[in-house]
Design a binder for this molecule. Structure first.
Ligand code: NAD
Ligand code: DAU
Length: 336
């Protein structure tokens, strides 16, 4: 089995590559990544010398480049993670988000259609369902109601991918996961940002009242779900992948303060995110029924493990926070 993984140098993609090479020694992995600010080959140091692993730097939105790459590599399956993945950045600069998430998915689908692949797994998000009132949970047929340029670009690319199954019989499967957390997550997202700021005694910026609810999924549980879908998922289908616990942001931050031993006085309330979704909730019953998957890591286990990883990997954090991170941080947080 030769897998073409896009975005394999990012947070979830690199966890997936490490897991595949550990658990499936006969699989070959080609990692295609543009290495944007979020892509980091350090995340793959453990597998870089594996004879079954190969890295190619490239842009998924380059149509001709993708045609050549598919013709040359002839992957059996594509697992498509590559994206501009951060909502706040998509609000500040929507351009690269639309280009990568929509145009990039399109050029991959075209290359897959023209060269033939046995499976195209499009990795998407529960954000496409938008904000849900209590006590609703989104099943896979719940209406799409994206709020940000990021979630709209993902909803558009989901529909495009599914249209390639309907129209061209391309063997597409779409997954929609909830909020991931764990080692190697770029410190722009809630959990790694709060951990890393707390460890440096910096303010913890909570948007608005902090009562927005997210459903937390340990990154390795997500990757195991993707392997289960690759193995048993049906073509043309969507599978939700939910986490082990839904919590308001304030409670997540309280637990981070507890785990780092830092005072609540670090919390600071800042202006809310425009169009901020209040509550995500999804049901992953279909995935559980069809593949037997379920999350293995509870939030009570995963959060302290993640905090410890950031404590033990201060050099990694320092390196990813140098460079453009400071400018982004200033732009996003200075006037809130
Ligand atoms: P990330 O931002 O950590 O990594 C994205 C990767 O894609 C980086 O390595 C980057 O270099 C690469 N990339 C960006 N543009 C590219 C381009 N044009 N060509 C090639 N490579 C490019 O993202 P993540 O958090 O690991 O998310 C991965 C996928 O999972 C995304 O599709 C995202 O929508 C989805 N997802 C994320 C979460 C989450 O909580 N992080 C939850 C559900 C779904
Ligand atoms: O639900 C899945 C999605 O989860 C993925 O599709 C996205 O790629 C991923 O970024 C994530 O999106 P969110 O917007 O939910 O994640 P983020 O970590 O940016 O924010 C989580 C919550 O925390 C959200 O309610 C906003 C809030 N927040 C975030 C940051 C960065 C704050 O209060 N302060 C912050 O500084």
């Amino acid at each position: 089995m030769k897998l073409l993984v896009t975005g394999g140098a990012g947070f979830i993609g690199s966890a997936f590559v490490r897991l595949v090479l550990k658990e499936h020694p006969r699989f070959k992995v080609v990692n295609l990544d543009k290495l944007t600010y979020a892509g980091n080959l350090e995340n793959l140091a453990a597998v870089a010398d594996s004879p079954n692993y190969h890295f190619i730097r490239g842009d998924i939105a380059g149509g001709e480049e993708m045609q050549r790459l598919f013709a040359q590599e002839k992957p059996d399956a594509v697992v498509h993670f590559a994206a501009e993945s951060h909502v706040d950045r998509s609000i500040l600069s929507p351009d690269p988000v639309i280009r990568t998430n929509f145009q990039g998915t399109f050029s991959l689908l075209e290359a897959a259609r023209r060269n033939g692949v046995g499976r195209f797994l499009h990795v998407s998000t529960d954000e496409v369902y938008g904000s849900l009132e209590e006590p609703h949970e989104a099943g896979e047929d719940y209406p799409l109601n994206p709020s940000s340029p990021y979630s709209a670009s993902k909803a558009g690319s989901d529909l495009l991918a599914l249209s390639y199954h309907t129209t061209y019989k391309l063997p597409v499967t779409v997954t929609r996961a909830s909020n991931n957390y764990g080692p190697y997550q770029f410190p722009e997202k809630l959990i790694p940002l709060m951990i890393s700021n707390a460890l440096e005694d910096k303010p913890l910026p909570i948007y608005g009242d902090g009562l927005q609810v997210r459903d937390w999924l340990f990154v390795e549980d997500h990757c195991r779900a993707l392997l289960a879908v690759l193995d048993k998922g049906r073509n043309g289908q969507i599978y939700n992948i939910g986490g082990s616990l839904a919590l308001p942001n304030r409670e997540v931050v309280r637990r981070i303060l507890e785990a780092t031993g830092k005072p609540a006085s670090l919390i600071t309330t800042v202006t809310d995110r425009p169009g901020h979704d209040r509550r995500y909730a999804l049901s992953s019953g279909k995935l559980q029924r069809e593949t037997g998957w379920g999350p293995l890591v509870s939030f009570e286990q995963g959060l302290p493990l993640t905090v410890r990883w950031y404590q033990d990997n201060a050099d990694w954090v320092r390196r990813v926070k140098s460079g453009e991170y400071q400018q982004y941080y200033e732009r996003n947080y200075a006037n809130r």
